[in-house]
Ligand binder design. Structure first.
Ligand code: ASP
Length: 350
């Protein structure tokens, strides 16, 4: 195993963690991958709160918007909503919010959820049509109803009732691409598309007071069947927060995450003492050990814990994720896992 992928953690006191924690110094000794973002050693994956970790390079401006909210005295949930809202508003992003990719019928159906560590509260919307900011609506579900999840038409009615502005969510570019895709599908007599053009903003936050929050938002699997819901709005699937332990979020093919309660599993492994990075890697190993597709899953996780340790892992080459503190904001690369790197697995591989 390459040194940069060494996930094993030697016991380390909290004091030592804090001493080595400045993310601004994180490049020292970091290994640069073939891609531009560095893979950090386990010891470097630690920072002081407030700490935002989110999926993909597009998570960086989202984290920074969240940090600006905290700096201005806003609440951590405002920071999550605002940060994810930045990605939802970005029309150049083809997998979240306004620029999101439509389903097989040419309609953009958005999924999102939010969780608050304090009170272990959650809100979620799925297959929502006509609203660009599902994260705000998910938060409203959490804060104003006794429910956790609203879907489809009911979620839309709720949004309308709450005063959210309805509008066209599908962009002209996405509509044109969908029309071409549709033509090809009709010629080949196929239904839903292969999984492509999918990504999610999942954002997790260790707030200055030590509480933990998270959110996630996506248009899901491009050209999915109408009504398809992925892992992203599923509590425990695409996002999970335990205020006592930490938080995790996911991106990738939702079907390969939600069947295993992926984010819940990452948090559960942290509860058992694993470093967040180790927990992300072990979750992928356990899923791959159970899944007929092995490591051919296209799944990625981010995680952080109460002490400010964080990490990420993905199948294949690993993926890029964004980490923001008061001192720095950067894109890092996670270690990747393939079938040649099975390592310790708690599942039963035959
Ligand atoms: N997890 C999302 C979904 O399956 C897509 C992604 O993050 O790539 O809907």
């Amino acid at each position: 195993m390459a040194p940069e992928n060494d996930w094993r953690m030697t016991p380390m006191s909290r004091r030592r963690f804090l001493r080595g924690s400045a993310l601004s110094a994180a490049t020292v000794g970091a290994t640069t991958s073939l891609r531009s973002a560095p893979v950090l050693s386990l010891q470097q994956l630690s920072a002081s709160a407030p700490l935002f970790v989110s999926t993909w390079p597009f998570g960086k401006p989202a984290n920074e918007a969240g940090m600006a909210v905290l700096t201005a005295g806003g609440l951590p949930l405002d920071a999550i909503e605002r940060g994810i809202g930045v990605t939802e508003s970005d029309t150049t992003n083809s997998s979240v919010g306004l620029g999101g990719i439509p389903n097989a019928e040419g309609v953009v159906q958005l999924d999102a959820c939010i969780m608050s560590g304090p009170g272990h509260r959650a809100g979620s919307v799925a297959a929502l049509e006509g609203y660009a900011h599902p994260i705000a609506i998910a938060r409203r579900v959490m804060e104003t109803t006794r429910h956790v999840m609203l879907v489809g038409e009911g979620a839309g009615k709720f949004a309308e009732h709450q005063g959210f502005e309805r509008g066209s969510v599908v962009s002209a570019k996405q509509k044109a691409a969908w029309k071409m895709w549709r033509k090809e599908q009709q010629q080949a007599s196929r239904g839903e598309g292969k999984p492509k053009n999918h990504d999610t903003i999942a954002m997790i936050l260790l707030a200055p007071d030590g509480n933990i929050y998270g959110g996630s938002s996506t248009s899901g699997w491009g050209y999915k069947l109408a009504g398809r819901v992925g892992d992203s709005p599923i509590i425990g699937g695409g996002l999970y927060v335990s205020n006592k332990v930490g938080a995790a979020g996911a991106t990738g093919i939702g079907e390969n995450v939600m069947r295993y309660c992926g984010s819940f599993l990452v948090v559960e492994l942290m509860r058992q003492g694993m470093h967040p990075q180790e927990a992300c890697l072990e979750t992928i190993r356990q899923i791959a050990a159970m899944d007929p597709k092995g490591f051919d899953l296209s799944i990625n996780f981010i995680a952080l814990d109460r002490s400010g340790r964080f990490g990420a892992a993905g199948t294949g080459q690993g993926f890029e994720y964004s980490v923001t503190t008061r001192e720095s904001s950067r894109v890092l690369q996670s270690p990747g896992l393939t079938s040649t790197d099975i390592g310790p697995v708690g599942g039963n591989r035959k």
